[in-house]
Design a protein around this ligand. Structure first.
Ligand SMILES: *Cc1c(COP(=O)(O)O)cnc(C)c1O
Length: 499
């Protein structure tokens, strides 16, 4: 196929013969071969061990320590992919991947990612890729409507929630510590950020990165259901203000990483507003669930936030990476980050009217992440997305019921979304013994290769987490994981009675 040059009707100039790139005919053939492999992989991933039996250093040891001097054939490259890389992959696409937060690289998302790689655009400024810039604005607006956030929120896509939260807190520092804007923190009053003891570690990392020090984050007590205590927040902020510390931001979490607990955002917003502090809502995992009317109560008050982060690469079937930062005051983000060196000046920038996404974060270069998100939203539709989220909620509720009905096991936190946190309890065990028992059961199940779960610690006691978020997960997968756990516990009881 020879594409005519637009408007001229002339065939395009032939490519330089010595580019060294894969010739178009081979690219076509290899592309088909690789996509064929992907289709088979996605269809059969459930039959692979979800967690590989690799040991640290094994992959490195099996591959040459230096790049080849002379280029190699694609057959050899693919052979090593199959023989060495694949056996050491943890299969996040596996229907029994229940660790951390389960995700899915859906078909439309993967194809969108492939096309983005082919286009290879860098959406630094509007001119460097108008479509990537505008589709990012459009796709984030679609998600905003899906989850019911007000129109005032403008979205940008970042790699991860960690980056999104860093940028949100940078905007807060810009807005609330103007003394630091020109000369840095040296002469500025001490600023502080507040989050619950259950907040994600990325909040603390962001505070450290912004130069506020490790003590720049004050961890606020959580209640028995792992939710931030707004009374404790109010006391902490008042105490700091009395000491001359300036409250910069409060981070409320909807769906914490350990237990998916939900901070009372409306009350937290009230306390934050009382001090003029920035409110950032971390809904990295649970955010998409705001699309469900029956869960609206968990998100009450998030519309009052200055910024919200949610990750389509977690529970919205979009391949990693894709995190949306919504900001009600995007000009604050731009003030924190916008600089224009001569080489990035464009006519559209001078004249206004075009958005340059480089202004809203640290990275200049930006991938065309909106393409895969747009594909996913169009393929599933809002109705399709809601149906899958509801199925995950159903499976989590089912498992929670089984655990409640089973002697020797307990739920350790409410289940507001699709993640169940529980533990094995046996009489007469110290917390340390109980912790070792639960980790041993987990290890036993994970080693089976049939399922992969992770753990957390709550009040010094170990708990097992089972997170449902993969499109391929069915009731049978959840039931099997539960059976494996019970079998592991029974086996240990037998072993203990014989010892
Ligand atoms: C997963 C998670 C994060 C971190 O997300 P990344 O995109 O990996 O940086 C932050 N906060 C919460 C609540 C999360 O669940």
């Amino acid at each position: 196929m020879t594409l005519p040059l637009p408007g001229t009707g002339e065939p395009s100039l032939p490519e330089a013969p010595a580019s060294g790139d894969m010739p178009p005919e081979e690219f076509r053939r290899r592309g088909h071969e690789v996509v064929d492999w992907m289709a088979g992989y996605l269809a059969e991933v459930g039959g692979l061990p979800v967690l590989p039996q690799a040991t640290p250093g094994e992959v490195m040891a099996r591959l040459p320590p230096s790049a080849p001097e002379v280029g190699e054939g694609f057959d050899e490259i693919l052979r090593d992919f199959r023989a060495t890389i694949l056996p050491a992959v943890t299969h996040w696409n596996h229907p029994a991947f229940f660790a951390y937060f389960a995700t899915t690289g859906s078909g439309p998302g993967i194809l969108g990612e492939m096309l983005a790689a082919a286009l290879n655009v860098n959406a630094m400024v509007w001119r460097s890729s108008p479509a990537a810039t505008e589709l990012e604005q459009l796709a984030t607006a679609w998600v905003r409507q899906l989850v019911g956030l007000p129109e005032a929120f403008q979205g940008v896509i970042n790699d991860t929630a960690s980056s999104s939260t860093l940028y949100a807190l940078a905007a807060a520092r810009e807005a609330l510590l103007p003394e630091a804007v020109e000369e840095g923190l040296g002469v500025a009053p001490r600023g502080r950020v507040y989050a619950s003891s259950e907040a994600h570690s990325s909040v603390h990392k962001a505070v450290i990165t912004l130069g506020l020090g490790r003590g720049g984050l004050r961890k606020v007590e959580a209640d028995g259901a792992f939710r931030m205590d707004p009374g404790a927040l109010a006391r902490a902020m008042a105490e700091d203000v009395a000491r001359g510390v300036r409250p910069l931001a409060v981070v409320a979490t909807v769906g914490t990483t350990s237990t998916t607990s939900v901070d009372p955002v409306a009350e937290v917003a009230e306390v934050a507003a009382g001090h003029g502090a920035w409110l950032h809502v971390d809904a990295a995992y649970a955010g998409p669930a705001a699309a469900l009317s029956e869960l609206a109560h968990h998100f009450q008050g998030w519309e009052r936030a200055d910024s919200v982060v949610l990750n389509p690469h977690k529970w919205l079937f979009t391949p990693v990476d894709c995190s949306i930062l919504y900001c009600r005051r995007p000009e604050r983000l731009a003030m924190a980050f916008s600089l224009t060196p001569e080489y990035l000046r464009t006519r559209e920038r001078e004249e206004g009217g075009a958005t340059d996404l480089m202004d809203y974060g640290v990275s200049l270069g930006r991938r065309f992440r909106a393409l895969k998100l747009w594909f996913v939203l169009r393929w599933f539709g809002a109705e399709g997305i809601r149906a899958r989220l509801r199925e995950h909620l159903r499976l989590a509720a089912l498992l929670a019921g089984w655990i409640e009905d089973e002697p020797g096991w307990e739920l350790v936190a409410p289940v507001p979304f699709s993640t169940v946190v529980f533990r094995r309890v046996e009489e007469g065990l110290s917390p340390e013994e109980e912790g070792r028992l639960n980790l041993a059961l987990l290890e036993r199940v994970n080693r089976s290769g049939e399922a992969f779960l992770s753990h957390t610690a709550l009040g010094g006691r170990v708990a097992i987490r089972l997170a449902i978020g993969n499109l391929r997960t069915g009731e049978a997968h959840v039931a099997r994981a539960w059976e494996l756990l019970r079998a592991a516990a029974a086996e240990r009881e037998v072993a203990a009675s014989l010892a």
